[in-house]
Design a protein around this ligand. Structure first.
Ligand SMILES: NC(=O)c1ccc[n+]([C@@H]2O[C@H](COP(=O)([O-])OP(=O)(O)OC[C@H]3O[C@@H](n4cnc5c(N)ncnc54)[C@H](O)[C@@H]3O)[C@@H](O)[C@H]2O)c1
Ligand SMILES: [Zn+2]
Length: 367
């Protein structure tokens, strides 16, 4: 059950994504990247480390001359410059040099922080992404965006840092808790919505298998998501145009994430933001009404929220407009024309954003 996808930039292959169901193929993949004899650091967090760090260390010990593990407390709250300082100090203490390698073992937080450390340590050392959440496997480990939050400003500090390899071991999803699993499904649904209607329909037909985390179905789902993401990042690696389509659901989603002080998971906020963006798409006459309601309702069977209590619409609007993706002309929204077709729109008014927020605000009457 192994396969491979090559990600290119300017038509030149840059790195491979390997889809596996164990860590067994990792050592050989690293050897193929000329890493034999280098030192390596496994960067992980306090939840993933106890599950998988020893396993990964054991798998790669014959490849590297030395390998050590550094861990930080799990969660978005660790995605900051203090963690970067702690990690890079460890790199110095363990004498990591320019040719050495960071193995980022964890979810999107680990991938973003470890990738960022690799981007800046000694002006850049190599990084291998080993994503362990569904969200990281379908999204954050691919594309080379790395970074940390600055106070409540998400991903405000960062760098593009292409990995040498993305090694996806789908079996690690077994230990992922349900809420995190469905959070990842929000990103998977997003790909279907913005660029692949048949993939979207396929996910809806595989609802049962997805709930069961059926191995074959999950492997296919993850690979399909990576194909979608690779297609977009290949077209626009530095987010000058099309890559912004991947922000579908994220503009208002990020604002909610901040407003709720990261009490909700990223994917949960993306689901809410997607409903709001789909609503705005309908209100602007781009998306058919029926399609809007279908899109909204299909988050529910994937255990994702479509409404939220106790929000201050004006404050969410303010946060939406302060998102770093807002340019001078205003916020650039990814909106939908139909399932499978997104477009970018810089002409969304405050009133339309507020209407989108009102649509996801939970009301007692259930409307
Ligand atoms: N760089 C990008 O392109 C990109 C894209 C999307 C999201 N992100 C970022 O990713 C982050 C969210 O990532 P996430 O949802 O993976 O969160 P996360 O990394 O915090 O992981 C979620 C939780 O699951 C635990 N966990 C991870 N793998 C596990 C496993 N196999 N078994 C048991 N527990 C496991 C983690 O320890 C953590 O507690 C956000 O910071 C977001 O901004 C980045
Ligand atoms: Zn996301």
């Amino acid at each position: 059950m192994s396969s491979k996808l090559s990600v290119s930039m300017n038509k030149k292959p840059i790195y491979d994504i390997l889809f596996e169901d164990s860590f067994d193929a990792l050592a050989n993949a690293l050897r193929g990247l000329d890493m034999e004899g280098c030192s390596a650091v496994i960067v992980t967090d306090s939840t993933v480390g106890p599950h998988y760090a020893a396993l990964v260390e054991e798998s790669v010990k014959d490849v590297f001359s030395s390998c050590f593990t550094v861990s930080f407390p799990a969660g978005e709250k660790s995605k900051n410059l203090e963690t970067v300082k702690m990690l890079t100090e460890q790199f110095v203490e363990h004498h990591l040099k320019r040719r050495d390698v960071v193995l980022a073992l964890g979810g999107g937080v680990v991938g973003d922080v470890a990738g960022f450390c690799a981007a800046i340590y000694m002006r850049g050392i190599r990084v291998v992404q080993i994503p362990t959440t569904l969200l990281a496997q379908v999204d954050s480990s691919v594309g080379g965006k790395t970074g940390v939050d600055l106070d409540a400003y998400k991903n405000m500090i960062g760098a593009f840092k292409m990995p040498e390899l993305v090694y996806i071991n789908t079996s690690v999803l077994e230990t992922l808790d349900a809420r995190q699993f469905y959070s990842g499904m929000a990103e998977a649904l997003k790909y279907g919505l913005i660029m692949d209607s048949s993939f979207y329909e396929w996910m809806l037909t595989k609802l049962y298998e997805i709930h069961e985390r059926d191995k074959a179905v999950m492997a296919e789902l993850i690979e399909q998501c990576c194909i979608c993401k690779a297609k977009i990042v290949e077209r626009d690696p530095l987010e000058q145009s099309d890559r912004a389509l991947l922000n579908f659901g994220h503009t208002i989603g990020h604002a909610i994430e901040k407003y709720k002080d990261f009490q909700l998971l990223h994917g949960e906020c993306v689901a809410l933001g997607s409903v709001a963006a789909a609503y705005i798409s309908w209100q602007k006459g781009k998306l058919a009404k029926d399609e809007y309601y279908e899109i909204r309702d299909m988050f529910v069977p994937f255990n994702l929220p479509i409404s939220i209590e106790d929000i201050d619409a004006q404050e969410i609007l303010r946060l939406t407009k302060s998102d770093k993706k807002a340019d001078k002309g205003g916020v650039r929204f990814a909106l939908l024309k139909r399932v499978g077709k997104a477009y970018l729109d810089s002409g969304v008014t405050d009133e339309e954003i507020l209407a989108g927020i009102a649509e996801i605000e939970y009301r007692e009457d259930g409307e």
